[in-house]
Write a protein that binds this ligand. Structure first.
Ligand code: NAD
Length: 484
């Protein structure tokens, strides 16, 4: 790979910051080196985005934006094989998941192109005879920051609506997983995005990330990542009232009611907890099972967990790949020790003896609500299992953490499941389903899982300011003052 990996003001430039080795988590080998941005280069990217927003017609030319978004979608679709292979090599996610991520990214681009095309200002005839228009305008320069677990897809949930609405962008992927975004940026330039509209900077939170949030030329920060990073960013943005969206962590419950079909429920529990190695913000890492089926479900779960095909993520048949890094694997292993020390019973969770960062999926039983393994996000293939006596207790346990990102309910009784859904404080609730992000519907967190929503019309609104223009067509005398 060439050294020019930053994209600033329509030109590929070499990063003058740290040189970082990008590792393939499947074998620990170096994939390539990345020349990261300095703080100064990040500021140049912000300046370029500022100029493109203030001085070009990008933000006014909706037709051009729709055309460009559809063109990016087409190019992404026709390069899907290459980009999904890169995503898998860089993240360790099974190839079939990377392929899904690319398809979902294409769908996201098309959705926002169509949504913005069909939008028109709201017109209101007021009782006093004046006419009002409510107009959505782009916010301006947007800093978009994403984590390593879904580099391209989570990027697209921000890039597509931000561009559709007419903003300009400085984008930063995680320092661990920049590769798919570099390739994507090449496609974006081929699609005719004007210079300065999309800028790619690479690096960690300390240099690139903090310059993207503190610069006074940035109007909005949209961030996906951990709660503590989100808290810092929120504090920084508050100082100048920058617009901010935060998609943060979770500790999502899956509630299995007594009427559930056990075999099918077990499949969904495995999928909810271990999809993408459990490195998913909405992973159902807390399983709540009605006491009448608790033992049966656990027995089945422990049996079936062993048949998950863990292996090289490039193989089509692989169901679970490696953890993103040695450091993250150690963090997960440390949580397993914490859980055992807290008195929970652990099944699985051994590091697998092969190159790369592989671990068996893990289940904790004999778990209490106050335990760290129940309260903190582990972000790996680890689930805790608790039982409940009635719906009331299930809801109390489900709501009993600082998070509120998602929840699942498994039941044959839709009315009962709907009632439970209405009482769980979470941004997404799946009934007899899990994990699927629908581009048409909002995604985001209650409580400390975040602020704001992505996807659907809410995801576009997150990148707009609303302006109210009220008018009379002629100027009448006011007759308010007794003027001579
Ligand atoms: P992280 O917070 O460490 O990093 C996320 C991104 O922020 C990275 O690009 C990183 O370089 C950057 N960053 C770090 N410090 C920064 C700073 N001070 N200023 C600006 N940028 C900074 O998170 P991670 O470990 O990469 O990702 C895992 C977390 O992301 C988990 O908590 C997970 O739940 C969360 N997540 C949330 C969602 C969601 O939709 N709610 C989706 C995926 C992941």
């Amino acid at each position: 790979m060439v050294n020019e990996q930053l994209f600033i003001n329509g030109v590929w430039v070499e990063g003058k910051g740290q040189i970082r080795e990008i590792i393939n988590p499947a074998d620990g080998n170096i994939l390539t080196e990345i020349y990261e941005a300095t703080e100064n280069q990040t500021k140049q990217a912000v300046e370029a985005a500022r100029y493109a927003f203030d001085k070009t017609d990008w933000s006014f030319n909706k037709d051009m934006r729709v055309k460009v978004l559809l063109q990016i979608a087409n190019l992404l679709e026709s390069n899907a094989d290459e980009i999904s292979e890169i995503e898998t090599n860089n993240t360790g996610k099974p190839i079939r998941e990377s392929e899904m991520d690319i398809q979902d990214s294409v769908a996201c681009l098309r959705y926002y192109a169509e949504l913005v095309k069909s939008e028109s200002p709201l017109q209101i005839e007021m009782n006093d005879g004046s006419l009002s228009h409510v107009i959505s305008e782009p916010i301006g320069v947007c800093s978009l920051i994403v984590p390593w677990n879904f580099p391209l897809l989570l990027g697209m949930w921000k890039i597509a609506p931000a561009l559709a609405a007419g903003n300009t962008i400085v984008f930063k992927p995680s320092e661990l997983t920049p590769l798919s975004l570099i390739l994507f940026t090449e496609l974006l330039t081929d699609a005719g995005v004007p210079e300065g509209v999309f800028n790619l900077v690479l690096g960690d939170g300390v240099t690139a990330g903090s310059a993207m949030t503190t610069d006074s030329d940035v109007d909005k920060v949209s961030f996906t990542g951990g709660v503590e990073t989100g808290r810092k960013i929120n504090e920084i943005c508050a100082k100048t009232f920058k617009r901010v969206s935060l998609e943060l962590g979770g500790k999502s419950p899956m509630v299995v009611l007594d009427d559930a079909d056990v075999d099918k429920a077990v499949e969904w529990i495995l999928f909810g907890g271990f999809f993408n190695q459990g490195e998913v913000c909405v992973a159902s890492s807390r399983i709540l099972i009605h006491e009448s089926i608790y033992n049966t479900v656990i027995n089945e779960l422990c049996k079936k967990m062993k048949s998950i095909n863990i292996g090289s993520p490039v193989e089509k048949t692989t169901e679970m790949g490696p953890i993103i890094s040695e450091e993250h694997l150690n963090k997960i292993l440390n949580y397993l020790t914490i859980g055992v020390n807290e008195g929970a019973c652990l099944t699985g969770g051994k590091r697998i003896n092969r190159d790369g960062y592989y671990i068996e999926p893990a289940i904790f039983t004999n778990v209490k609500q106050h335990m760290q393994i129940v309260q903190e996000e582990i972000f790996g293939p680890v689930i805790t299992i608790q039982s409940f006596k009635n719906d009331e207790e299930a809801i109390q346990l489900a709501n009993g953490t600082k998070f509120g990102l998602a929840a699942g309910i498994i039941s044959k009784n839709v009315a009962r499941a709907n009632d439970i859904a209405s009482r769980i404080k979470a941004g997404t609730i799946w009934i007899n389903n899990y994990h699927i992000p629908y581009v048409e519907a909002p995604w985001g967190g209650y409580k400390q899982s975040g602020i704001g929503r992505e996807l659907g019309p809410h995801g576009l609104a997150a990148f707009t300011e609303v302006k109210h223009v009220n008018r009379y067509n002629t100027l009448e005398s006011l007759d308010w003052y007794k003027l001579d």
